[in-house]
Structures are given as C-alpha cells and as structure tokens.
Design a protein around this ligand. Structure first.
Ligand code: F3S
Length: 424
C-alpha cells in the first residue's frame, strides 16, 4: 500500500511506539485485503465492543497502553449497547453473580477506559447510533471505520456512506489514526451488485425473514433488490428506516452482507439505477414459498421444544421510535382484545437510551408500563449469550438474535399473540 510521509513516520515510531503499533495493525489489515492506500475517516466512529467480558484481556491491556500514552480518538465515538440492565431486565441471584463476577467482570473498568479515550457520553450505548435521536448520523459519501455489522450495512445502504465490515479493535485503531484502508465497500467497484434479487411476493415480507433469505443465499456479496419499492415506496421514511434496519441486520448476520441496494429507494440505486449491477450478476428470485421455506428451516435450540416461553426480546437491532410506539400500541391493544391486563410472557422492548428517554415521558409509556412490559437499552444477545440464560426458553422477533443465541424466532404477529396470551 502507498503511504504518505506522515503515515510512514507514524509507522516508524516518530510519534511513539503505541501509535506505531496501531498504524502497523491498520496497514497490515489493509495489505491483506489489497488496499492501495489509507483514506481519511470523515465521520465519528461507532465501536462494536461494548462489553467487559473478562476473557478479553488483550483488549483491556491495549486500552491501558493507549491511555498511558495519552492517545485519544480523533472524534468522540458511540458504542454498542451494554450487556446488563438490572433495573429493567431483572436477574436472579445466580445470574447476577455470573454476570458481575464471571461474564462481565470488567464492565466498569472497560467503560472507564472508553470514557478516557473519547466516548461521546454515558448515553452513547446503542447499536442504532445512526438514528437522529442518538446523533451519530453519517451523511451520503462519508467514509467510516465502524465494525458493528448491523450499523455498517445500514450506513452503507440506507445512507450511502462508505464503510467496510471491520472488526472490533480495528474500529478503535482507525478512530485513533483517523484513517482506514481503501478497498472493498469504499470503492465504486466494490459497491457494485453481484446479485439481482427479484422480489415476487404477494405482500411486504417480514423484514427479518427477507434479510435472512438474502444473507443465506448470497453470503458476503452485494445484492440489488428489485420489487421491494413496490411495498416500501420511493422515499426513506421513518417507518422504512425501521424496516431496512431489521432487514439489513438479518442479511449481515445470516450472511455477511455489508451493503444492499434497493431499486428506486436507496440513495445509490436512485442515483445510478441498474448501472450498479455487475454484468455477470446472478439472479435469486424470492417468492412467498421461498420465504416460508427459509422460515421453516430455523432450528429450535431449546432443550424442550414445547416449553412455555419465559422471556421475550423485541428490538435487536434497537427499535426506532416509530417501532417502539407500534409495539407498545400492539401489546396494549392485543391484551385488551384478550381481556388481559398483563403480558403473558416477560417482555423487554429494547431501544437506544435516547429513544427510551423520549418515550418515557409519554402517555403510551405509562400505559405500556401497566402491562408489565419493560423498555431497556440492553443488548439482548449479550444478555442471552451465557450458559444460564441460554437454557431459558427465550423468544424473539429478531432473526439476528435467533442466529447468535438459542432464542426462538417468531414472526411479528405470532410473537404478539404469544406475549398477549393467545395460542398459536
Ligand atoms: Fe444490537 Fe446487540 Fe442486536 S448490538 S443488533 S441489540 S446483538
């Protein structure tokens, strides 16, 4: 890779040993992927590592070294959600013990480290930093060094920013250097579509199942989706943002999709149209039958398939404001319909701290609280991904959470039925 004199000097240690090691990591990473140069990051970072898991010893050591060297990120950054929220996601004594002494024993230390190197503020823990309420919103064409897969695919696709699927710590290092290697999704060529997805369904598909079908089929490629604008319209409204967030997260976790284009809707597809499709692009047709096949293929990982659900998580990635309102209204209405006052399954709606705060002052929240459902800014995956929680029959409407945990996936209507006391 071609480096500028300043970059070479940093690599040679002229600005200290720590910065030299950070630069070396970025350059080595770029070389592996055939990057030609480093380019400047034009927007604040978002980190994927938000959890103080005791096992991540090299991370905490590296953070200490960075802090001792007086190094900070170029701009304040946001970070993924916390793994614990004892107020809204109650734990028993044993769970508390496992979380605080074993799983997340370094949480406090790590959050202190994040603050010292440039964390934006205490409320910056969410995977949906790109929503206006949170405020880490890139613009079209911005170059990013993010790593959270659901945020990367959203920023690339819905906003038109440019970001590779980086790893944890690489997001940290590039936020310090202020540069990322130029390859892949940063280039015009890398943003062209390898697949045309023809959507031929009778109605708007469930976002999580559609994303899952695409991810499972095309893995790390770029899709150009035709036919979705018929259902979503031609503008990225607040409702459309929520849908695309969920669809993208499923593409990015069932495959490793970092960018999708939607004909007539997403910014680059609107600008360049079908010119974005590579000549040799393959075609995948999605019908109602195909989606049902994908949905039916999800394994049930509970010990007892017939167990009664004990906990329900909705909001992975974190819910947008309209999604939170919609779920609250649906739960309240669903309970009324069945003559119930309380949810039948302990239900947690997860959203960013900013949206939770905004929602907490509303009449709708007051009504939701009476049903027993809670609003939290926890990461459900971090909560469920441990030997105790993974034994619980947990249900979710998130395909990403299903993919990475033993939680059981239900479509939106079905999960609403379950939590409001109906029978499937
Ligand atoms: Fe967000 Fe945690 Fe899901 S980071 S996307 S809530 S796994």
């Amino acid at each position: 890779m071609r480096l500028t004199q300043e970059e070479k000097d940093i690599l040679a240690g002229k600005q200290g040993e720590t910065l030299a090691k950070i630069m070396k990591t970025i350059v080595d990473f770029g070389d592996v992927f055939g990057a030609t140069k480093l380019v400047e990051i034009t927007h604040p970072s978002h980190f994927v590592t938000s959890f103080g898991i005791g096992l991540l010893k090299p991370l905490f050591r590296t953070m200490d070294e960075i802090i001792s060297a007086g190094i900070t990120t170029k701009q304040p950054f946001t970070v993924d959600p916390r793994p614990i929220d004892y107020t809204n996601v109650k734990c028993n004594m044993l769970e508390k013990l496992v979380f605080s002494k074993i799983m997340y024993s370094q949480q406090k230390r790590y959050e202190e480290q994040l603050k010292k190197i440039g964390l934006k503020d205490e409320a910056s823990f969410t995977c949906t930093s790109y929503f206006e309420e949170v405020g880490n919103v890139p613009a079209y064409g911005d170059i990013l060094g993010w790593a959270e897969s659901s945020a990367v695919v959203y920023a690339n696709s819905v906003i038109g920013a440019r970001c590779n699927r980086n790893s944890g710590m690489l997001d940290l290092f590039s936020a310090i250097i202020g540069k990322v290697p130029y390859f892949g999704l940063l280039t015009d060529e890398g943003r062209k579509a390898d697949w045309v997805i023809e959507l031929k369904t009778s109605k708007l598909p469930e976002a999580h199942v559609l994303g899952s079908a695409i991810g499972l089929k095309i893995m790390e490629d770029v899709p150009y989706i035709v036919g979705l604008d018929k259902f979503l319209g031609k503008e990225i409204t607040e409702d459309v943002k929520g849908y695309l967030k969920d669809m993208g997260a499923a593409c990015a976790s069932n495959g490793s999709v970092g960018l999708y284009h939607i004909d007539g809707l997403t910014p680059e597809a609107k600008e360049k149209g079908k010119k974005l499709i590579k000549k040799e692009a393959k075609v995948y047709t999605i019908t109602d039958k195909e989606l049902e096949k994908v949905y039916r293929s999800y394994p049930v990982l509970w010990k007892n398939e017939k167990a009664k659900p004990k906990l329900c998580f909705i909001g992975c990635p974190h819910l947008s404001y309209p999604q939170l309102e919609m779920w609250a209204m649906n739960i309240i209405e669903g309970l009324k319909l069945r003559g119930r006052k309380k949810v039948a399954v302990r239900t947690i709606l997860t959203t960013s701290p900013q949206i939770a705060e905004k929602f907490s002052g509303t009449e709708l929240y007051a009504q939701l609280k009476k049903t027993g459902a809670k609003v939290s800014s926890i990461c459900p995956l971090m909560y469920t991904n441990n030997p105790i929680a993974s034994k619980k029959p947990i249900i979710t409407s998130s395909n990403k959470l299903r993919t990475y945990s033993a939680s059981r996936f239900y479509k939106n209507d079905d999960i609403l039925k379950v939590i409001t006391g109906g029978k499937l």
